[in-house]
Design a protein around this ligand. Sequence first.
Ligand code: PMT
Length: 325
Amino acid sequence: MDASNFSDDIQETSNSEIEAFFCSAPPLKDAAEIKMKLKDFVGRQSLHSESGKATRVVCVTSGGTTVPLEQRCVRYIDNFSSGHRGAASTEYFLKAGYAVIFLYRRGTCQPFCSSLPDDPLLNCFDCPDMRNVQVQPSYAEDVVNAVGRHQAAITGGTLLKLPFTTIFEYLQILKETAVSMKDLGSNAMFYLAAAVSDFYVPWETMTEHKIQSRSGPLDLRLAQVPKMLSVFRKDWAPRAFCISFKLETDTRILLEKADMALRRYNMHMVVANELSTRKEEVVIVTASGSKIVRRDMTKAGGEVEEPLIEVIVSEHSIYIETSTP
Ligand code: PMT
């Protein structure tokens, strides 16, 4: 397969297509609250930098977006992503001294929770009587650790969590986040690990009520979600350090597509990963070449996100040093 076959996937989008998407999207229910939270959070980081400590802020997107099929949504199309990459990366960014805006799909993996069972409430706690809640001794250390680190990040003002479910919510919040981070210049970073829908049902053509099965087989025509990455780089976050991800299941096309995304969307880095090996290794693709990053197998609980974030932080430092203020 040659590169021309990929052109349907990596494409330019006109500003009018993007405008049309936002105009037809149902407005965010909590837009004012989100704006306020972003303003406070980013403002707090700017204050820190005035005291001589330049705070770097990264927006980590995580989890998959849904595409509703009905306005009063009963059914939807989903995009695969457990949110593990985003949640683990958030922890390493916090460790490296970044403030993190964690834009995540509701119900997906959360930072600091990887050592807790999937159903933490039911498995971690005991209720010997109505007034007593106890942590099961086998989980005590993990719970104390998770709660303590989470609380420290939230109350210390280094972690802001913003949830989304649909593609409409995701893109509106991402835009709002980018605009709110504009003044941070090169200290801002975007780490776009979310799995974003490529096709959707435009809101105005969507049926209001639950689609009835008695009408027979369902014919669906999905419109293409405009690729936001070009406008993102050009208009929303022109000075930020931008990393996008490329997920494929066919390794033969992975690097070529990552390289194409790097050039087409003018990204600083594209992290390429194959679905079945994504927890073991990723390939960082930049204008100066590519580099394989692997999980440290000799380390118990070693995660690929640890060396990945190390490389990214050091590339971001070079970017900041070489950027004009
Ligand atoms: O969550 P995990 O289970 O740990 O898995 C992590 C992951 C595999 C989901 C993650 O590492 C990953 O690869 N995320 C990106 C997956 C993806 O959607 O790739 P894509 O080829 O569809 O999109 C490429 C880039 O374009 C993404 O950065 C996306 O944010 C962006 N995009 C996509 C569609 C669209 N309409 N607009 C966009 O801007």
